[in-house]
Design a protein around this ligand. Structure first.
Ligand SMILES: Nc1ncnc2c1ncn2[C@@H]1O[C@H](COP(=O)(O)OP(=O)(O)OP(=O)(O)O)[C@@H](O)[C@H]1O
Length: 469
């Protein structure tokens, strides 16, 4: 389908060059040369993108852009300017321009950006669409736009996807988005962390086993492949899979069939595979620890999630998102001061979004004011484990100490109120790990299911909000 582009340019020669280049690229282009002409054209039709000069005969293309963005928020705008000052670039970006091209510009680059702007309009909705499914993928940085673009490419097919990225960058969330927004959403989404299963049980976990297949196999067990039939199988930490299991996995992927451990029957399974790893697979292949043929099977569409420090513009929106989620889960409702947001944006976030999320939840809990300020963030950063890794007992102990010093409890009820606050993150953690399944969460916690249900209700934690369906 041809996209309509509106070109607002009062230099006839430049307008013609751009128009011809865009038409070659399949755009239908309308041109005009004034602010008034622009506004009249915008009334006439829904444009996929607008390119505009700054100094127009009857006004300034940037100054008047605010109103256009308000009226047509979905339409990306590209600014073309002869005033190559930083100020013009800043003004353009502040008013929501998609991209800014100082003149003279590379025509090919401009055409590429125009195409990308139109695509971004489609893919920019991935985050919101995922949000509507209860899977908020927050972030509008250029780097995340590229991730969204790749997600849209795999929604209409069953190609195998390999999600790469450091720990905590959102790989599982991307896998869920591919499932929820794709054609298989009616089917199951089954996640399996291959690194967390004891070696001897991996094959049985993936492919199932027949009764009596080995000591302890007292009943038939249906494996993850069969459970995911008709849906999506998410294989997390694929780089840590033992060699034997890699071979079995490769065979299953090649044939589309599995055999339960101890079984003789080959069972056809229809699953879409999304695999993920935070490890660099090429050195593992070179060292003989990861099968090269399996790598090529999995790496059909690679989606690389950038570390959070490479998309700093996403940090404040993510922090606000976690604050609002924390409030919905019963923590105090807080907002974020400007200096606090700036401080967050400067951190290295080696534990990526997960580390930011943990810090924001702690800030919501511990802040003395409704507005979280830079001082609070700084004190939490000081007590945070260095790399978003394991917090030591001492860190946790001192965080609880300072929290107890600061929080106002009802007289005579400190013990119960403090314990309730400590229970919240424990329950949230268990529910989040089990996708809101109360039976499994109770098992994980080692407490009675009815006790869990009662406490969740008392603490007003909604287990359904952790559900993956
Ligand atoms: N773009 C995002 N928007 C909102 N939340 C996010 C985003 N990315 C990650 N998160 C949240 O951060 C946490 C970590 O994300 P996730 O588990 O998907 O990371 P991961 O890359 O799979 O980590 P690991 O490699 O350790 O398994 C989750 O709670 C997830 O909901």
């Amino acid at each position: 389908m041809a996209h309509h582009a509106l070109l607002v340019e009062d230099d006839n020669a430049i307008a013609t060059v751009i128009r011809v280049a865009l038409e070659d690229e399949g755009f239908e282009v309308d041109t005009c040369d004034t602010v008034a002409g622009r506004d009249a054209s915008l009334e006439q039709r829904d444009y996929g993108v607008m390119l505009t000069d700054v100094m127009l005969l009857d006004g300034d293309g940037i100054e008047t852009l605010g109103a256009v963005r308000e009226r047509y928020p979905e339409m990306p705008v590209i600014i073309l300017s002869a005033q190559n000052t930083l100020d013009t670039a800043v003004r353009a970006t502040e008013r929501g321009a998609f991209e800014y091209f100082p003149k003279p510009f590379d025509l090919n680059e401009l055409v590429r950006a125009t195409r990308q702007a139109v695509d971004s309009r489609k893919t920019g909705m991935i985050g919101e669409e995922a949000g509507a499914q209860g899977l908020p993928l927050i972030g509008r940085s250029q780097a995340m736009q590229e991730v969204y673009r790749l997600i849209t490419r795999v929604l209409g097919n069953d190609l195998t996807v390999l999600v790469l990225g450091e720990s905590g960058t959102g790989k599982e969330l991307v896998a869920e988005a591919i499932h929820e927004l794709g054609a298989r959403k009616q089917g199951p989404f089954v996640a399996v962390n291959t690194a967390a299963i004891p070696r001897e049980l991996i094959e049985s976990e993936l492919f199932g086993h027949e009764k009596g297949a080995f000591t302890g196999a007292t009943a038939r067990h249906i494996g993850k492949f069969e459970q995911a039939h008709g849906g999506t199988l998410f294989l997390d930490e694929i780089g840590d899979m033992p060699a034997e299991a890699q071979t079995r996995l490769l065979r299953a992927l090649q044939s589309g069939r599995i055999r339960r451990v101890g079984g003789s029957e080959e069972i056809a399974v229809n699953v879409r595979i999304v695999a993920a790893t935070n490890r660099d697979l090429l050195p593992l292949i070179a060292a003989g620890d990861f099968r090269e043929d399996l790598y090529y099977r999995l790496n059909v569409v690679p989606i690389k999630l950038p570390p959070l420090r490479d998309r700093t513009t996403d940090i404040a929106p993510l922090a606000l998102h976690f604050l609002s989620r924390a409030a919905n889960e019963g923590l105090p409702r807080r907002s974020l001061a400007e200096d606090a947001a700036q401080l967050l944006a400067q951190q290295p976030w080696r534990g990526n979004v997960r580390e930011l999320q943990n810090l924001v939840y702690r800030a919501a809990l511990l802040s003395r004011e409704d507005v979280i300020d830079a001082a609070t963030v700084r004190s939490l950063l000081d007590t945070a484990p260095a790399s978003g890794g394991q917090a030591s007992q001492q860190d946790i102990g001192s965080a609880v100490d300072s929290w107890l010093d600061e929080i106002q409890f009802s007289p005579g009820n400190l013990y119960h109120e403090a314990l309730a606050e400590l229970e919240r993150p424990i329950f949230r953690h268990a529910l989040s790990r089990t996708g809101g399944n109360q039976l499994k969460a109770a098992q994980l916690l080692g407490i009675n299911r009815n006790t869990l249900r009662k406490r969740l209700s008392e603490l007003e934690i909604d287990p359904d909000s952790f559900s993956r369906n």
